[in-house]
Design a protein around this ligand. Structure first.
Ligand SMILES: *[C@@H]1O[C@H](CO)[C@@H](O)[C@H](O)[C@H]1NC(C)=O
Ligand SMILES: *[C@@H]1O[C@H](CO)[C@@H](O)[C@H](O)[C@H]1NC(C)=O
Ligand SMILES: *[C@@H]1O[C@H](CO)[C@@H](O)[C@H](O)[C@H]1NC(C)=O
Ligand SMILES: *[C@@H]1O[C@H](CO)[C@@H](O)[C@H](O)[C@H]1NC(C)=O
Ligand SMILES: *[C@@H]1O[C@H](CO)[C@@H](O)[C@H](O)[C@H]1NC(C)=O
Ligand SMILES: *[C@@H]1O[C@H](CO)[C@@H](O)[C@H](O)[C@H]1NC(C)=O
Ligand SMILES: *[C@@H]1O[C@H](CO)[C@@H](O)[C@H](O)[C@H]1NC(C)=O
Ligand SMILES: *[C@@H]1O[C@H](CO)[C@@H](O)[C@H](O)[C@H]1NC(C)=O
Length: 877
């Protein structure tokens, strides 16, 4: 364990060093000179800066290039060439970004009479599926720049220009700057730049070389102010890192008794603001001098009393967004009674909240449709940006669901590529469009066979393949009820097994399907009569218990099979579809018995888990049966080929849902409670229902799998241990589990007991409440329990909650769950509740949540009898 601790320490140190190095050489800056001609060097260094600009042509497929003809304002490169878009309604840049990271995004627009027509364009600017702003160059004849602080929700960022009239959209430059995590934090929404000033009577804006994030700071000074200035170094090292140059000067009111006042207004009184005021004492104060002031916003106390630190920056920001009555804002610094000096302000930033409510199309659907487009070489002008949203810009030939400004990602429900000149086979990527209901590929030149996967797509109910050159026969899987399949006009396709007749007409599969269904029913009936014993199994297999049932044995299927390796290859269609990757090896999608979907975990030769874990898992899963444990369908053990075949859980694991990876849905609070209950029922069964009892040892969100109804099942029993006697601990020399989830007591004693699972469960519950990383190496309170403790002590419960939950929860049920989670994660195992107690508590939480009236306004923290000890460090040692 000692070595583990050192390894962790080294890793953390490395992470910090890498972080610092990155901050210094500004890795991740993207600077595009839009419309840079091909014959000019790219990238090139912008004059007077350290910025490297490149041509934009790798990031957009459409548009033409131009250059300003008139430049009365004397703009410099890279703001002189442009890309303009005479064709297509929406044209999009596609930039590769880090999902979840905050970016400063700037876009520059200038017409400059590039076409000699003197028609300044007006158009819309979109960020993904959401309107960012309207760019009106008719009014802003000298060009304009848009700037926001935004956290992309996927790894690619689409910046789109959308035609709204007859004029062609135009853009001159695009800049992306990754920002630090701990600055410019909002409750919700992104930040739209309003102003950023440093208080100096200079005329020079500050930019790159002085600002690590390439923010532009404009000098600003008022007549009633007096400037103070220092030549000394001013430390700027806080989370905001305002440039030194912006801190070396400050404004103070000339009349030292007056407040220092800054006013601004906006047309929309409901605008919400975030303010960032940067202070540093830059005068040399005598022993009998003090500078102290309060800050008022719109006449109300905002912050203070503030005493600026000597030659060191202090930034004052607001946690909650602020509005100004009537849209008139006034920010005032007023000296306190004991202050001998007037207030001072060095630099000041104001942003407005901008919301992007429409979520992007489900990431898997987007990947699939792009894959389809590239396998058919489709280049449709409308196929840019988000496929489904905004609705009025949906790609040709698609139809989608959830396009109405909802927070649920839209899904593609219909794909119509009729008469699109497609050649080749039916693209395998179609099967990844899991919500597809209608597929029309008629009147193309498609060849090859009708793929079986079409029959396994659950939502698909209309398929039109007529008018192609498909061959082979129609797979059995397509012979199912409720599927309308048209295949006429495929001369090589045969419709019966004998393949004697060529098809003449549209085949009505439902009839065939019903015949096949009848046959199945007869076979099943015979089975019932002949093999009376099997009847029970089949019935139990079909009759799943209600969601919240307690320890109830289902799927008591004794027929778990041993498969050969070639059967594994066949069931996974030669390992075609990867579901995920575990310590054990890859997990693939497969099909057994024609239609039953399974997940196939194949032991890789290089895996860190090995044969022993494999065997543990087989033995255990053969022994246990519970509706909240993933059940084993079979296994393969042939030479050194090992594979486990489980029931398939279409909703993947909880970790993905929480992280929003793969476009997973955000699960609401009441569902999260039900999932927690499911997990606790599974664990209770292991701890109490199994003889001898069992400890899972690797409870984490990645091991909670979700079925189509979001019922949770525990998976991955490779580390599980059984031991004799309830509650009696067992010694073990090797500590197993996942860092952050490992019970600290077990970690240093090596004594294994059920309470170790309770600890991990507590961590999982904290993740479900907060959606924070279990170990966050970039913060001081690196473990989730420390973070929660810190936040609770700070007092604002809303800040603890996963922001994705919005307001859709009952605060009392959250507090109960939080208390429960913290008691489970108590460092002292004897203070943790048993799983049975956890179940009881969770049920009460659910009752509380369902009781109707949602109280989400927040309670006073002192009403709650929760106190968290933040000094405990439950990290692996
Ligand atoms: C545009 O720039 C010119 C030259 O600098 C200036 O005279 C004019 O007032 C500007 N127009 C606007 C609308 O800002
Ligand atoms: C956008 O860029 C990402 C990353 O570079 C890439 O994976 C994706 O396919 C691109 N999308 C389009 C529509 O070009
Ligand atoms: C502070 O002390 C200096 C002398 O050391 C004196 O000149 C000055 O007036 C004093 N200032 C105040 C505000 O008392
Ligand atoms: C959208 O799709 C979901 C899942 O397929 C379905 O339950 C829902 O009814 C659909 N909504 C609409 C408006 O079609
Ligand atoms: C597909 O589009 C064509 C015309 O482009 C139309 O005739 C056909 O009905 C559409 N198919 C479906 C299933 O809507
Ligand atoms: C299929 O391809 C042939 C030539 O290869 C062409 O003449 C025919 O028009 C194509 N059919 C369709 C429906 O695109
Ligand atoms: C299938 O497509 C063909 C050609 O587009 C069309 O004539 C036929 O009506 C379609 N069949 C169905 C069931 O929509
Ligand atoms: C179907 O056509 C493809 C080529 O288009 C050919 O390779 C394949 O052998 C054919 N299959 C059958 C069963 O005729």
């Amino acid at each position: 364990m000692e070595s583990c601790f050192w390894l962790l320490l080294v890793l953390i140190t490395l992470a910090i060093i890498i972080h610092i190095v990155q901050a210094q050489d500004q890795k991740g800056f993207i600077s595009l000179d839009c419309g840079l001609p091909d014959d000019q060097m790219s990238p090139y260094k912008m004059k007077g800066t350290e910025l490297w600009f490149s041509s934009d042509k790798e990031f957009i497929q459409s548009g033409k290039t131009g250059r300003v003809r008139e430049n009365p304002n004397g703009y410099a490169e890279p703001y002189l060439t442009m890309r303009y878009f005479p064709e297509g309604r929406r044209n999009c840049y596609n930039l590769s970004v880090d999902k979840g990271r905050k970016y400063l995004i700037k876009a520059y627009f200038l017409y400059g009479n590039y076409d000699g027509l003197y028609t300044n364009p007006v158009f819309d600017l979109y960020l993904g599926p959401n309107l960012w702003d309207t760019i009106d160059l008719e009014t802003l004849v000298n060009g304009t720049a848009e700037e926001i602080l935004h956290i992309p929700t996927s790894n690619s960022l689409q910046i789109c220009l959308v035609k709204t009239g007859n004029t062609s959209p135009v853009i001159t430059a695009l800049e992306l700057r990754p920002m630090g995590k701990k600055s410019y934090i909002t409750k919700s929404g992104s930040l739209d730049f309003f102003f950023r000033r440093y208080h100096s009577d200079s005329r020079v804006p500050l930019r790159r070389r002085t600002d690590v994030y390439d923010r532009r700071w404009y000098p600003f000074f008022m007549r009633e102010w007096t400037q103070i200035y220092t030549d000394l170094e001013v430390s700027n090292s806080n989370d905001y890192v305002p440039p030194q140059g912006a801190l070396k000067s400050a404004a103070t009111p000339t009349n030292t008794r007056d407040p220092l006042t800054i006013k601004w207004s906006s047309a929309n009184p409901s605008d919400q603001y975030y303010l960032y005021a940067h202070f540093a004492e830059i005068q040399d104060l005598q022993a009998n001098e003090t500078r102290e002031f309060n800050i008022l916003l719109n006449g109300q106390h905002y912050s203070g009393p503030v005493i600026p630190k000597k030659l060191d920056v202090t930034t004052i920001d607001n946690v909650n967004p602020k509005t100004c009555q009537g849209g008139e804002c006034s920010f005032q610094l007023i000296r306190t009674k004991r202050s001998t000096l007037p207030p001072l302000l060095n630099a000041f930033e104001v942003y407005k909240v901008i919301r992007f409510p429409q979520s992007e199309t489900d990431e898997n659907d987007v990947d699939a449709i792009k894959d389809i487009a590239s396998s058919y070489g489709l280049s449709k002008i409308t196929w840019q940006g988000d496929p489904c949203v905004p609705q009025q810009l949906m790609w040709d030939g698609l139809n989608c669901n959830n396009t109405d400004m909802s927070s649920t990602p839209p899904r593609i429900t219909s794909l119509n590529l009729s008469s699109s000149g497609l050649t080749g086979t039916i693209a395998a990527a179609i099967q990844s469009l899991t919500k597809l209901e209608k597929l029309d590929l008629s009147n193309n030149n498609l060849t090859g066979v009708v793929p079986e996967f079409l029959g396994n797509m659950e939502s698909l109910s209309v398929i039109n393949l007529s008018g192609n050159n498909l061959n082979g026969s129609i797979p059995q899987a397509l012979h199912k009820k409720g599927l309308e399949l048209s295949v006429d006009g495929n001369p090589m396709l045969c419709l019966s097994d004998s393949c004697k007749e060529a098809p003449k007409k549209k085949v009505l599969v439902p009839i065939v399907a019903s015949a096949a269904f009848a046959a199945i029913v007869i076979v099943v009936l015979i089975c019932f009569l002949v093999f009376g014993k099997k009847k029970k199994t089949i019935l139990q297999g079909l009759d799943l218990p209600p969601r919240t049932s307690t320890v109830e044995v289902t799927f008591a299927n004794k027929n778990r099979r041993r498969y050969t390796y070639s059967e594994v290859i066949q069931m996974t269609n030669n390992f075609q579809r990867v579901l995920g990757k575990g310590g054990f090896g890859m997990v693939y999608h497969g099909t057994v018995n024609g239609s039953e979907q399974v997940a196939v975990k194949v032991l890789s030769k290089s895996s860190t888990q090995g044969y022993k874990e494999f065997k543990t898992e087989v033995d255990l899963l053969l022994r246990v049966h519970h509706t909240n444990l993933v059940s084993l369908v079979g296994y393969c053990y042939e030479g050194d080929q090992l594979a486990l075949i489980y029931e398939f859980l279409p909703n993947g694991d909880l970790k993905h849902h929480l992280s929003g990876k793969g476009g997973r849905s955000i699960i609401n609070w009441s569902t999260r409670l039900l999932i927690a209950l499911d997990a606790s029922l599974g664990l209770e069964y292991l701890h109490v229902g199994c003889k001898p009892p069992m400890v899972h040892r690797d409870i984490k969100t990645a091991n909670l799998l979700l079925d189509e109804n979001f019922k949770a099942k525990l998976a991955d029993f490779g580390l599980s241990r059984s031991f004799q006697g309830g509650g009696e601990a067992q010694n073990s020399t090797v500590i197993a589990g996942t860092p952050g989830y490992v019970d600290p007591e077990y970690n240093h004693s090596g004594r294994l007991a059920e309470k170790s699972d309770v600890y991990s469960f507590g961590i999982v519950l904290l993740e479900m409440i907060t959606n924070q990383p279990v170990i966050n190496q970039t913060t001081e309170n690196s473990h989730i329990t420390q973070w929660v403790g810190f936040m609770v002590n700070r007092g604002d419960i809303i800040d603890i909650m996963d922001p994705n939950l919005g307001n859709d929860y009952d605060v009392n049920s959250v507090w109960r769950a939080l208390e429960l989670a913290m008691s489970c994660a108590n460092p002292v195992s004897s203070k943790r509740p048993s799983m049975s107690k956890v179940i009881q508590e969770l049920k009460e939480c659910i009752v509380c949540e369902n009781s109707g009236i949602h109280n989400n306004r927040g309670l006073e923290p002192q009403e709650m009898n929760v106190s968290f000890d933040t000094t405990v460090v439950p990290i692996a040692r």
